[in-house]
Design a protein around this ligand. Structure first.
Ligand SMILES: [Mn+2]
Length: 401
């Protein structure tokens, strides 16, 4: 229903852009020094850098710290683990997280920001099944993140015992809008490093410098810590992948933060949808303005809600100030071209916590129960590789913990 939708207007505007330009320019030397250290480490061999055990212990430290909290007992929003050393500890965690994505998940040598895995059996081989959990925007809502992680940890253990994979896909917008956003991000990064084969974090439009400098996260990090720490987070955000695709027994599903991207021919004005595997992405950028239009749109686009085939236009400029809204024909063309049967995304707030569009093939899920003082029925999705169309959309509040 339209009335349940909270449309964000003008989120990306002249001011956002100006602030983006400002930080992009002033933090250049910090970005360069982070990159220089990274290159040096690659050349020296990473294992000689920080001992494996020491690296592991940072994850364990953050894990033990966050596991003591719950939805009813959140951490203090102005106090962070490590006391005087907390900025240093965060910097090590960021570096470790970024290295993990650069080495294991989305290497620099791999230009397509899409993480794919097949759970589809062939004539001769039977694939191990998988259970997927998909989490939408959490935006600093610690109560929801704590509940989700409390639910996911035993679910991962159960999968191990019973012989199926458990994959948890977090589709971005972890930061901004809620005062626990830095805690949320640190807890989810720790969760990811603690369970590296089970958790995948995708980039949202808020995991970007100009937006996070405007909507809470940047101010918080700079108030309690420093501009350099903010730069380190922004530099890490750029290495998060944009899309995940899982090929399952009866179809393939895709996760991304915003929506289906469009390409427009500058000469004719004709539009098309990109073939993802051959598109020339330029998404590893700290500032949205430096990214290619398809990457920008993946983070920002929205569907035309209650789309009427043949009546509505194919796409409109998005009222958010960047990207487009797209109709069902664009969605279908994209799916056929890229062999996709089902799409899950976040990005849009509905009081019900979810929305089904385009014949139930384009699903929005929102996972923050308190969003800028609005009460939302926060949800997450569960589905299995044996039948992706038979998915469940759970209420987070019903989960234990
Ligand atoms: Mn978003």
């Amino acid at each position: 229903m339209n009335s349940d939708e909270f449309q964000e207007e003008n989120e990306y505007n002249e001011r956002t852009q100006k602030i983006g330009q400002k930080y992009y320019t002033s933090l250049q030397s910090t970005f360069m020094s982070i990159e220089k250290t990274q290159t040096q480490m690659i050349m020296e061999g990473r294992t000689q850098r920080i001992g494996e055990t020491e690296e592991q212990s940072i994850v364990e430290e953050f894990w033990d710290y966050y596991r003591q909290f719950s939805s009813e007992n959140p951490p203090n929003d102005s106090e962070y683990y490590g006391g005087d050393a907390s900025e240093l500890k965060m910097t090590i965690l960021i570096r470790q997280f970024q290295d993990f994505y650069l080495e294991k998940i989305y290497p620099l040598s791999f230009p397509v920001p899409i993480i794919q895995k097949s759970y589809k059996s062939t004539k001769n081989t039977r694939k191990r099944p998988a259970k997927f959990f998909i989490v939408g925007d959490t935006h600093g809502s610690f109560a929801d993140v704590a509940k989700l992680i409390n639910f996911f940890v035993p679910a991962i253990e159960k999968g191990k015992q019973l012989g199926y994979d458990v994959k948890i896909i977090i589709i971005g917008d972890i930061v901004d809008r809620g005062k626990w956003d830095l805690h949320n991000l640190l807890y989810l990064m720790t969760f990811n490093l603690k369970y590296p084969t089970n958790v995948l974090i995708l980039r949202g439009n808020h995991e970007e410098m100009s937006i996070s400098a405007n909507y809470g996260f940047g101010r918080r990090v700079m108030k309690y810590f420093s501009e350099i720490l903010f730069a380190s987070f922004c530099h890490m955000f750029k290495d998060l992948p944009l899309i995940s695709i899982f090929h399952c027994e009866n179809g393939s599903f895709l996760c991304l933060h915003g929506g289906i991207p469009i390409t427009i021919d500058p000469k004719t004005g004709d539009y098309d949808v990109p073939l993802l595997n051959i598109y020339n992405f330029n998404n590893r950028q700290v500032w949205i303005d430096e990214m290619d239009p398809v990457s920008q749109q993946i983070l920002w686009n929205d569907p035309i809600i209650n789309y009427v085939p043949g009546v509505s236009e194919q796409f409109f400029d998005n009222r958010r100030g960047i990207g487009y809204t797209f109709g069902e024909e664009i969605f279908r063309t994209f799916c056929v071209k890229n062999h996709i049967d089902l799409v899950f995304r976040g990005h849009q707030v509905f009081s019900e916590g979810f929305h089904r569009d385009f014949d139930d093939k384009f699903i929005t899920v929102f996972s923050a129960s308190n969003y800028v003082n609005k009460n939302i029925q926060a949800r997450f999705v569960e589905l299995n590789s044996t039948d992706i169309f038979n998915f469940a959309i759970h209420l987070i509040q019903d989960m234990p913990g």
